[in-house]
Design a protein around this ligand. Sequence first.
Ligand SMILES: Cc1cc2nc3c(=O)[nH]c(=O)nc-3n(C[C@H](O)[C@H](O)[C@H](O)COP(=O)(O)O)c2cc1C
Length: 203
Amino acid sequence: MKLNSNDVEIPASSVGVYDAIFRRRSVKQFTPDPVSRETLERLFSAAVWAPNHRLTDPTRFFAVGKDSPMRRRVAEAAWQSTYDGVVNPNPEHKRRSADASRDRVLNAPAMVYVYSLPGANDEVTRENYATSCCAVQNMALAGVAEGLCMDWSTGGLTRIPGLADILGADEAWAMVGVVFLGRAAAVPTTQRMPHSEVVTWLE
Ligand SMILES: Cc1cc2nc3c(=O)[nH]c(=O)nc-3n(C[C@H](O)[C@H](O)[C@H](O)COP(=O)(O)O)c2cc1C
């Protein structure tokens, strides 16, 4: 079944598009406040309305429930993967890094793995991946409207051995990232070049 955008119930929000764009920050420290299933449903609804050449619906989301057996399973796999991957041979150092990985998984109020499906050829695969990145950004911007921040990572937690199998994803799908969501405990600052340095006006 496919939805027409007129069928989508648009959530009420006082946050404007520009507010969301400029106020969105990548946040790693969250308060313990939970993120409800209903809130996540609104973010996923925003996500699937990313622009999508050929209407391939290429993005797949795996929402790993807080305090669920699956969250604990991913956390243990993250612990082992980090422990095995730490270059420093000091076992105490390895354990500390592994504990930090496990705690990051266990403590995040919401956690979603995002994958992008391959297309029939490289061009479509690339378009699909672009759509999936837009989908994550839609989630981030809708998150701002919900008072949430996101941490989008393509780091070690996306390279856990056997992860696709654990989640029920297909090994052939492209990893877009793991996103953590919650209320910010601390909001970092960041910088960008002014747009005047990256735009060429052609007349
Ligand atoms: C595709 C993608 C992957 C990212 N992966 C990581 C990551 O692995 N580790 C990390 O610390 N931040 C990661 N980030 C967050 C960026 O570091 C962050 O966007 C950047 O510092 C700018 O901050 P801002 O998002 O608050 O504007 C990622 C962001 C994107 C878009």
